[in-house]
Write a protein of this length. Sequence first.
Length: 286
Amino acid sequence: MEVTAGSVSPRTETHEDTPGQVVHRHSVTVRLTHWAAFLAIVVLTMSGLQIFNAAPYLDASDINNPAHRVLSLDGDQATGTAVGTTTIFGHTFTTTHVLGYTDDGMGGETVRGFPGWITFPGYQDLAAGRRWHFFFAWMFVLAGLVYFIVGFARGELQLLILRPSDLPKLWPMQAYYLHLRKEKPEHGKYNPLQKAGYTAMLFLLAPFVVLTGLALAPGFDAIANPLIWLLGGRQFARTWHFVSMLALIGFFCGHVFLVVSTGFINNMRSMTLGTYRLGPHEGTGP
């Protein structure tokens, strides 16, 4: 099947594809950038939590301001009884051994925001966390750029974009995943829910994660102050960056749910070997 640069696949009728037919699903570039981005997101999240632990709070303000604190992870062991607390919008919860006072990454427990098993490195080391974070941030950006450029040239990127014609198909597809509908709605290479997720990820969430991350760099602040102002200041940018990380994790969980619910082995094979066995009502077109 020929795909010219900047065009979508000429195969637009899903009935041309036969259920059970094994087709070539993803190019080498798509597979490599997919796994590179996956690794980058994992390390970025863990090293980001390591950085967060150096100042385990978030403020909805342009400066460090406890009066506008939206999240705080605290701990206290001065009284002899260790206590960890999490405060969200002024509401405090005891989270000892989970958040606030938890695993120190070296076999013990201490006052720290997130536990050592979920941070990278596990022990508290701000400098190392920042180095790993910056390195994998560049990996994430480069993987995204390669994916965009090659995907657009091969016509793959266009297949991922949610179109107006996909909107009426969103609920039927969701109903199928929730087992409220027996038959999967007819769709092309990507179903409408996948298109909605990928469109939001590629064109909204990923750029926002990068921009809010850049806003935390003093050097970038000096040359792009209007952007920092739009985000509400560097402290507010830190909050936005944390929220966008949570959204990224949410996308990842939703992505894994779709992978598992539509055939884990088949989907994993398509993203590792590039081959995919078509199911009923599936096609390779838009």
